[in-house]
Write a new protein. Structure first.
Length: 445
């Protein structure tokens, strides 16, 4: 019997950069996509805030509406894409769609971080699904990879570059020797920086992604307030130059490491010196890179565009395809794995505090260029049992200097105490700043 392909209706909430990308790219590859999925796909309704707004992607007027109920109450729409961002209206429409048993696809990392535990439970209790590939690392299929492809692994270390804007700024600071402030101005002009700049510059966007990856890999929700989250604002060209001289690059890294000895997790997001020989140290510009180490697979690395219309819409379309597959259709040439939310529910895992972190550190002291300064600093550090590994000094104008040291392994509580104590010395011009040194090798041996 010759059955015509089933029609799957999709409702979009939000028609901004990502929403328009989803429309544009479904149209671009419609024949191939529908052929692969064995269905016809229709974005039959789009809810927008402003019907009159000019958009670069033109859609039939009659599918645009300002009324959420035209999607939420339409029994013909099984797949809802929440692409409005924020955590207010987005929460309401997600809740409502899940309660009606619809499949919700999202790119909204902030919403998942704030309400994920509730929303995944809600999906489960209503026989709905909540898909979120586009919420982490744009076009890199890292959610599906961890959830499905690496399902047979325990993860000891997941780390990576998860914010394209910060990576762009750091890359240009390194290449051009320019200051953070001047490159930030360019990044704004290029439209790379979020309207709320703190999301990019203070690490919050990347920290949200780290929290989602932690949930995915360990079934363990951490709160933003409970993890180290530091952006790139305090990184100077001197730090970048010194890092290069010492054989490192500075990258904004999200790091999730599991200590098997006491079943604890360390979850953090901060700039770090990473050996320049690491492949991820070469992930530049707006690209993202994620390394996942599993006990079965070993170390894997994923690199790609972490933001932008096309990359992000590629991930949304991937989730739509999974949703289509779940809705059941015998003509599909693709078999999707079960969309389990997580596969390792380790609620007993303990989250390590910031002070408990053991690391090596790079510390920069802005000092008056006088005799005995280095001795004073090193006395304070010795008092906290911190041993220097390298020491460098750079002479500046106006009788000022920078002393830049790296330390041997020590806990972070000691570094913080030592830096606070040094800040009180007469010869110190500014609060000392430290950057953690991250050598993946030390976590894998
Ligand atoms: N501002 C983000 C970035 C966009 O630069 O990576 C994706 O979350």
């Amino acid at each position: 019997m010759d059955e015509s392909p089933k029609l799957i209706n999709i409702g979009l909430f939000g028609f901004g950069v990502v929403g328009q990308g989803v429309w544009k790219n479904i149209e671009k590859n419609r024949t191939t996509l529908e052929g692969r999925l064995g269905v016809r796909i229709s974005i039959s309704r789009i809810v927008v805030r402003d019907l009159t707004q000019k958009r670069s992607v033109v859609v039939p007027n009659d599918i645009l509406t300002t009324d959420p109920d035209l999607i939420l109450n339409d029994p013909e729409i099984d797949i809802v894409c929440e692409l409005i961002g924020g955590t207010d209206l987005a929460l309401k429409v997600t809740e409502s769609a899940l309660k009606k048993g619809k499949i919700v696809v999202t790119a909204n990392k902030a919403l998942i971080c704030e309400h994920g535990e509730y929303l995944f439970d809600l999906a489960k209790s209503n026989g709905a699904q909540y898909f979120y590939e586009a919420s982490v690392a744009g076009g890199i299929p890292i959610i599906k990879t961890i959830r499905e492809s690496l399902v047979g692994n325990h993860f000891s270390l997941i780390f990576g570059i998860l914010n394209g804007t910060s990576n762009y700024i750091l890359t240009r600071m390194e290449r051009e020797g320019s200051s953070f402030d001047s490159i930030l101005v360019d990044a704004r002009k290029l439209g790379y920086v979020e309207a709320d700049e703190a999301l990019d510059i203070d690490g919050i966007d990347a920290a949200h992604k780290v929290i989602i990856l932690t949930y995915l890999a360990y079934g363990f929700w951490v709160k933003l307030k409970d993890i180290t989250c530091e952006g790139i604002r305090l990184i100077s060209q001197y730090d970048i130059e010194m890092a290069c001289q010492l054989g490192y690059r500075i990258k904004l890294l999200g790091i999730i490491s599991k200590d098997l000895s006491d079943e604890s997790l360390t979850v953090r997001l901060h700039p770090a010196l990473i050996p320049s020989t690491e492949l991820i140290a070469d992930v530049n510009e707006v690209y993202n890179g994620i390394s996942v180490t599993g006990d079965v697979v070993g170390t894997t690395l994923f690199v790609g565009r972490g933001a932008g219309q096309d990359a992000t819409s590629s991930s949304v379309i991937s989730d739509i395809s999974d949703a289509v597959s779940l809705l059941g259709n015998s003509n599909s040439t693709i078999q999707h794995a079960s969309p389990i939310s997580y596969f390792e529910n380790q609620k007993g895992l303990k989250l390590r505090t910031q002070g408990e972190l053991e690391s090596r550190y790079y510390v920069r002291f802005d000092v008056r260029d006088e005799e005995g300064v280095l001795a004073e600093i090193s006395n304070v550090f010795a008092g906290h049992h911190i041993s220097f590994s390298t020491v460098n000094q750079k002479e500046l104008e106006d009788n000022l200097a920078l002393i830049m040291v790296t330390t041997h392994l020590i806990n972070e509580a000691s570094i913080i105490k030592a830096c606070n104590e040094v800040e009180g010395l007469n010869v110190i011009n500014k609060k000392p700043s430290f950057i953690r040194i991250f050598n993946p090798f030390e976590f894998l041996s």
